[in-house]
Design a binder for this molecule. Structure first.
Ligand SMILES: *[C@@H]1O[C@H](CO)[C@@H](O)[C@H](O)[C@H]1NC(C)=O
Ligand SMILES: *[C@@H]1O[C@H](CO)[C@@H](O)[C@H](O)[C@H]1NC(C)=O
Ligand SMILES: *[C@@H]1O[C@H](CO)[C@@H](O)[C@H](O)[C@H]1NC(C)=O
Ligand SMILES: *[C@@H]1O[C@H](CO)[C@@H](O)[C@H](O)[C@H]1NC(C)=O
Length: 486
């Protein structure tokens, strides 16, 4: 059977990495943010010759530590180095956070964003990204593959890619149409399901031919949206039960029979509200369970469903990792929000709180949606305009790094794959404190503590590492700090 490559364009290739979001390769010296306030807060302006970068962890030894600071008042990953103190501070009744490297939680997979067609179109509109002379005309070749190669070339660490299908082509669907929802024709194990499984294999093979190894796939992007009437996007309906059947009888065997048994298969790839039922159901099918590695979660309904559902999922199916596979701001069309708000600090805080809540509840990584969008929040063929950490202003040949970009960078820059979240014991109940804090140890040997202060008053505390000393911590109002030491 011949599958035309154009039918593969309905995949999103999402990038999971530590620093593709930081765009350019890092020189030794940092370049500061060129600030601009459009009325709602500060963005950093980049153009063909200039972009702010962060300083590497140079000059750190066993007696000192670095703090990277982002604040509502305008600091963006501003670095300072100080010496550990021998004694605890005497200030203010004294909140303490004590690092315990021996108590490990989940392993980190990565942080990133999606190489969507929209992202590629925006990057292509800038002069600073020289495209290789790809003579191919398809979206994959034009808007994704070249940028994925560039991102890999600019990263000293290996990037991980995962892909996710929007929908099978119309002729495999009960509705006869690719746009809108509805299920695959027939049932698990029949020819329609077998053909659709072959599409996954062909996609993996075609990307492999381009020297791109796909680390993971999700069985279906937002399968529950396939049940919504009049849904504009291309989507496809699965229940947990029908997804388990498709994986057990078709997708799992197809991947294994074609040499893709190492590709991580993620189930669900849908809202937190389906937890923990969906993964529990799929994993109760032993034929499906043997092919599944992780659960994908989208953030869009998180505001009505507590993060505890993630921990519950970990308790129910501890063999699966949990990965946030899509998020963006400006999607709340029912509230008539502006898709793009340049400089929005509120969106910075929504990102930070969500990432911290998720990491606190066994999540292994977090993926934004479009890596770059235009000033309107597009392009998007169903006019689903949203926000992005990078907004491209084609007319001025420049782009803007939004506060949400730095929200991600505070994690992605410092937590390479295979870092562990470790225990950070506080003498104050998290629920009574306006601070949110997490600690990690990295395979490179550094310890990372991230402290968010969404409140409007400065907070003081001590961070204690018994092997090093005490950090007298100060979180300014509305700030995010990443502490690093080796
Ligand atoms: C690019 O940005 C830098 C730093 O703000 C500025 O000095 C330079 O003039 C800009 N270049 C163009 C072509 O706008
Ligand atoms: C650590 O680095 C600081 C600053 O560069 C330096 O003053 C100090 O002597 C160094 N300490 C050790 C033990 O190397
Ligand atoms: C780009 O490809 C076109 C069409 O194949 C060819 O005519 C042109 O010379 C190529 N340009 C470069 C710089 O390789
Ligand atoms: C893939 O890599 C091989 C070996 O480095 C190279 O020969 C080949 O041209 C590459 N293919 C593509 C499509 O980049």
């Amino acid at each position: 059977m011949y599958i035309s490559a154009s039918e593969l364009r309905f995949y999103i290739v999402r990038l999971l990495t530590t620093s593709v979001l930081l765009g350019l390769s890092e020189p030794l010296l940092s370049k500061p943010c060129v600030k601009k306030d459009f009325g709602d807060g500060i963005v950093c302006i980049c153009n063909a010759t200039y972009c702010d970068t962060i300083e590497q962890n140079i000059h750190l030894n066993s007696t000192n530590y670095a703090i990277y600071r982002t604040t509502k008042s305008g600091d963006r990953l501003l670095k300072n180095v100080y010496k550990f103190k021998k004694q605890q501070s005497t200030h203010s009744g004294g909140t303490t956070f004590t690092v315990d490297r021996d108590t490990k939680f989940q392993k980190i997979i990565g942080f990133g964003g999606a190489f969507t067609d929209a992202a590629g179109i925006n990057i292509a509109s800038l002069s600073d990204f020289q495209l290789l002379n790809f003579s191919l005309k398809l979206e994959d070749y034009k808007y994704k593959i070249p940028y994925i190669h560039q991102a890999q070339a600019l990263n000293k660490r290996k990037i991980k890619l995962f892909a996710s299908p929007w929908s099978a082509p119309g002729w495999l669907k009960a509705s006869g149409k690719m746009a809108g929802g509805g299920p695959l024709l027939g049932r698990a194990g029949d020819k329609f399901h077998k053909i659709w499984a072959t599409y996954f294999v062909r996609f993996l093979e075609d990307y492999k031919k381009e020297n791109l190894t796909i680390w993971g796939i999700t069985a279906q992007n937002e399968p529950l949206s396939g049940f919504l009437p009049n849904y504009a996007f291309q989507t496809m309906a699965f229940t947990a039960e029908s997804q388990a059947g498709f994986i057990a009888k078709d997708l799992g065997p197809a991947l294994h029979n074609h040499g893709f048994e190492k590709v991580k298969l993620l189930i669900m790839d849908d809202q937190r509200t389906a937890l923990p039922r969906w993964p529990k159901m799929v994993m109760s099918n032993p034929e499906a369970a043997k092919y599944v590695s992780g659960v994908g979660v989208h953030w869009y309904m998180d505001f009505i469903y507590p993060p505890y559902a993630l921990s519950l999922t970990h308790e129910e199916v501890p063999e699966l990792f949990i990965l946030y596979t899509e998020a963006c701001e400006g999607y709340q069309t029912w509230l008539k929000v502006k898709p793009v708000i340049l400089g929005s600090w509120q969106r910075f805080e929504t990102y930070v709180q969500n990432i911290m809540d998720d990491l606190e509840n066994w999540v292994s990584g977090w993926t934004d949606w479009n890596l770059a969008l235009d000033m309107e929040g597009g392009p998007n063929w169903v006019k689903n305009f949203v926000d992005s950490p990078v907004i491209v202003n084609k007319d001025k040949d420049e782009f803007y790094k939004q506060p949400t970009y730095y929200a991600l960078a505070h994690f992605s820059k410092f937590l390479p794959a295979d870092s562990y979240r470790i225990s950070l014991k506080s003498n104050t109940k998290q629920s009574t404190s306006q601070l949110q804090s997490l600690a990690f140890s990295t395979p490179e040997g550094s310890t990372v503590v991230i402290v968010s202060n969404p409140g409007s008053t400065e907070q003081q505390y001590d961070i204690i590492d018994v092997n090093r000393g005490t950090i007298p911590g100060v979180s300014p109002a509305n700030s995010l700090l990443t502490y690093v030491w080796w």
